[in-house]
Design a protein around this ligand. Structure first.
Ligand code: PMP
Length: 407
């Protein structure tokens, strides 16, 4: 008689999940925590997490929600006041006109992205992803049984895929395009002109939809944020995703949203209603307070992110072989580290890949970074800069020393 316990693990688990990668960001954070648990002084620059506390006025709104007994299920796409506040925000910050019926609030921008991909992509559909890209995009496409087409940005162009590249990549099977601006991992910010050129291409292909991930909107060092949905000709093709994790330092609260034409919003709501229902009622009240408070708390954090970006760029300039564009937004630095491939450690091991280099830096410098392969760029490493200035300075001092020991 066969028992579940005797079944090999791979056979036990669905093909769908066996084919999925675990996020490298989370895996590296686990390794760093394990090393720290042994008493090693690890500096983890692996995770995309603000080191700031959620602003007090947002926490107070959540406490009030609990005290008022606001503890029941809410409508799946979010409480009406919050959906309206999101429309107000999209108007105020992005000059976008949406109604509450266009908005679906979920458990983080991550759920909004997954909702959109699963609601739009059929098996075999092509999904064009601007590369380097955020780790979860390809895996979400895999879950939907779509086919990823990577549009490679280059170092010379600050890793920004162009309208011409997009035009060349669109086929009759293209269903969706996905990108983040400001971009995780590169920090690239697509300008209004660049997005305008992309919108022109998309307007010629009205069957192609786009997921525009704007979660880092506020963490932008070059000024005005541009949204693809601002181009009227393509607005109905665009699903704009945003949230609270980065701009309001609310990663643990799990709240994000999408804005899309009503049919797409309804499809996302249907999916969400069968999987998670609404996000936490208390969190929704916190999100409402966050939006009502405007963006001044974000502006304070952005000043720190900019200072750290400048600090890290200065430190990285002194590291031979690290080639990086200047990140215009988000809180990462994404150097090309391929100059170290083929070098040897003091123990005689060869650095063949960015993952080997990440493991070497973890064990030798006690600094955790993430292999760029997870983001579509196997020649790069991603370091988060969302950490105290002193820690960043110490981390890059150690990285430089460890790299200098490679032969
Ligand atoms: N998109 C990008 C580009 C991100 O970096 C992240 C978080 N690391 C998310 C989406 C998900 O954010 P949330 O916490 O709102 O789910």
């Amino acid at each position: 008689m066969s028992t579940a316990a005797a079944t090999p693990a791979l056979a036990l688990i669905s093909d769908r999940i066996n084919a999925l990668e675990a996020p490298q960001t989370i895996e590296m954070a686990k390794k760093a925590r394990a090393l720290a648990a042994q008493g090693v002084d690890v500096i983890s620059l692996s995770f995309g997490e603000p080191d700031f506390q959620t602003p007090q006025y947002i926490k107070d709104a959540a406490k009030q929600a609990i005290d008022e007994g606001f503890t029941f299920y809410t409508p799946v796409p979010g409480i009406p006041e919050l959906r309206q506040a999101i429309c107000d925000k999209l108007k105020r910050d992005n000059n976008l006109d949406y109604k509450p019926e266009n908005i679906v609030v979920g458990t983080g921008a991550k759920q909004a992205l997954a909702n959109a991909v699963l609601a739009l992509v059929n098996p075999g559909d092509e999904v064009i992803i601007f590369s380097p890209f955020w780790v979860s995009y390809e895996e979400m496409v895999k879950l939907a049984e779509g086919v990823t087409i990577r549009l490679e940005g280059t170092l010379d162009n600050d890793y920004k895929a162009t309208a011409a590249q997009l035009e060349a990549a669109i086929t009759p099977r293209t269903k969706l395009v996905m990108y983040s601006s400001p971009c995780n991992p590169t920090g690239a910010v697509w300008s209004r002109e660049e997005l305008g050129a992309i919108a022109e291409v998309l307007a010629r292909h009205p069957q192609v939809l786009v997921v525009a991930d704007e979660i880092y909107e506020y963490i932008n060092f070059v000024g005005e944020h541009a949204s693809l949905a601002q181009f009227a000709a393509v607005k109905d093709q665009v699903v704009t995703v945003n949230g609270f994790s980065k701009g309001y330092a609310m990663t643990g609260w799990r709240i994000g949203y999408l804005a899309a034409r009503p049919e797409i919003a309804a499809a996302c709501e249907k999916l969400q209603s069968q999987i998670t229902s609404a996000t936490c009622s208390i969190t929704q009240r916190a999100g409402l307070a966050a939006l009502q408070g405007g963006r001044s708390s974000a502006d304070e954090m952005v000043a720190a992110y900019r200072r750290r970006r400048d600090l890290v760029l200065g430190l990285v300039k002194d590291i031979p072989g690290f080639k990086t564009p200047t990140p215009d937004g988000a809180f990462y630095i994404f150097p090309d580290v391929s100059a170290y491939f083929g070098k040897t450690t003091a123990d005689g091991a060869t650095i063949g890949t960015a993952n080997d280099l990440a493991m070497y830096l973890l064990n030798d410098a006690h600094v955790a970074a993430v292999d760029g392969a997870a983001f579509g760029a196997p020649q790069c490493l991603r370091f988060s800069t969302a950490t105290a200035d002193e820690k960043l300075a110490e981390a890059f001092r150690r990285v430089k020393e460890s790299l200098a020991r490679l032969r």
